[in-house]
Design a protein around this ligand. Structure first.
Ligand SMILES: [Zn+2]
Length: 437
């Protein structure tokens, strides 16, 4: 691949210093109150060792939950430190990964980010082939810049080995197939084509490399029993694909920071995850947020989320530009397993059973100063990662993984009961989750 001069990151300035850079913990504010071991001096056994011998070595063997952080568009410079902190505080109960969209940054930016994320055992540079498909998913129109960075988006005849090479060049250590959207009107044909591509990719792997079959689906694939059966049959039959990386677009009215309560969709996730567990395959659910955490109960090995409404889940996108929308200040509240409005916090914190977050960001975030979106996002990632670590001993398929998750869900429902949590702050998913667990 030819690197193009000036083919830099769009808009926000990839290598620029973020607006809150001077306010990072340890940079002028001293040690945030309540922080846990901040700043991290590095792992006892050295940076990067997680990949070779620590918890990260088990990242894809199903013994630990794998928590994948999707690279944020802004403030991504903070992710390496977040990962180190999570790695330390999870005390060997969590494997860590990062995932970036290949078309969204330059090769140089990908390399810089991936090499900085030393605590991350898994580095995915997702080809996101679905971005070129507006027929089966609701996605934004592809920009010319994305098309230049990811030429396979301009046609399906791009060689599979070329797509692998692009990921290698960007620093990926788990390679993916293109991940084009699968057509529900030709389910068997679409699945066969995806598996054919996977076979070509497997044949092109180098010694020691790993490949995930990368599928992008609309929700019908999980909701419709016939489509789901076709999907599962193909996945089970093709035993050569040990790792499934499956992204499902949540249809409207799904919203950012709100977990879906569609029982057909959630039931589809459950069957998919249980099938993966039963057939000893690694199932990764990118961009699923807390719903991915829920699916740890059913047999998922890893899930991913981000720090922004646009990447924490895979929602329908639109080219329509709205007017200036007031951004809602949101806070991930682990005790109710939900992201609530900031205004709801005082009510929760007044309860005697409330447990204050001890992450490195909350000291500064909650001190009454202007709301720092960066810290709110990092706190969210930290909190979800630590929740995943709680499920750790069960991730190998022991029966009580479900009990750990179910116990947390019931505790959250009890804590939320009687509180005035309405609108964005209502953890309405807890009742549905409890029924499905
Ligand atoms: Zn926090």
């Amino acid at each position: 691949m030819t690197r193009r001069k000036g083919d830099g990151d769009s808009g926000s300035g990839l290598f620029s210093v973020g607006p809150f850079r001077d306010k990072l913990p340890g940079r002028g504010r001293g040690k945030p109150s309540g922080g846990v071991g901040w700043p991290v001096a590095g792992h006892a056994d050295g940076p990067g060792s997680l990949v070779r011998s620590g918890p990260g070595a088990a990242a894809l063997d199903g013994k630990l939950p794998l928590f994948v952080v999707h690279r944020p568009y802004r403030f991504h410079e903070s992710v390496p430190q977040l990962l180190k902190q999570l790695g330390e505080d999870a005390r060997g109960k969590l494997a860590l990964g990062v995932s970036s969209g290949l078309p969204r940054q330059t090769v140089r930016a990908h390399l810089k980010f991936n090499s900085a994320c030393e605590a991350s055992a898994i580095r995915i540079v997702d080809p996101q082939g679905y971005l070129a498909d507006k027929a089966h998913l609701r996605v934004k129109t592809l920009s010319p810049r994305a098309g230049r960075r990811a030429p396979y988006l301009r046609g399906s005849d791009y060689p599979v080995v070329g797509i692998l090479d692009l990921q290698r060049e960007c620093g990926a250590n788990l390679l993916l197939t293109a991940g084009r959207a699968l057509d529900t009107s030709d389910a068997l044909g679409a699945l066969a084509a995806a598996c054919d591509e996977g076979d070509q990719a497997l044949a092109a792997l180098r010694p020691g490399e790993r490949l995930a079959l990368n599928l992008t689906l609309n929700a019908q694939w999980l909701r419709n029993p016939l489509l789901r059966d076709n999907l599962l049959a193909e996945l089970i039959e093709n035993r050569q694909f040990a790792i499934w990386h499956i992204r499902v677009q949540w249809p409207a009215p799904a919203r950012s920071w709100v977990q879906p309560v569609d029982e057909e969709l959630l039931g589809g996730y459950r069957v998919l995850a249980e099938t993966a567990r039963e057939h000893e395959r690694v199932l990764l659910l990118p961009q699923t947020g807390l719903t991915g955490w829920l699916a740890l109960a059913w047999g998922v090995t890893g899930f991913g989320t981000g720090s922004y409404g646009s990447n924490q889940a895979f929602l329908e996108e639109s080219d329509r530009r709205g007017g200036k929308v007031r951004s809602v200040e949101r806070y991930f509240e682990r005790q109710v397993l939900h992201t609530v409005e900031r205004t709801a916090l005082s009510q929760l914190a007044a309860n005697s059973a409330y447990q204050k977050c001890t992450c490195p960001y909350c000291g500064s975030l909650l001190d009454g100063k202007p709301w720092l979106e960066e810290y709110a996002g990092l706190h969210h990632l930290y909190g979800v990662g630590m929740l995943a670590a709680e499920v750790a001993p069960a991730a190998a398929g022991r029966p009580w993984s479900r009990d750990v998750v179910a116990g947390r869900v019931r505790e959250a429902a009890q804590f939320a009961a009687g509180k005035l949590l309405t609108g964005h702050s209502d953890p309405a998913h807890l009742r549905t989750w409890d029924r499905l667990l």
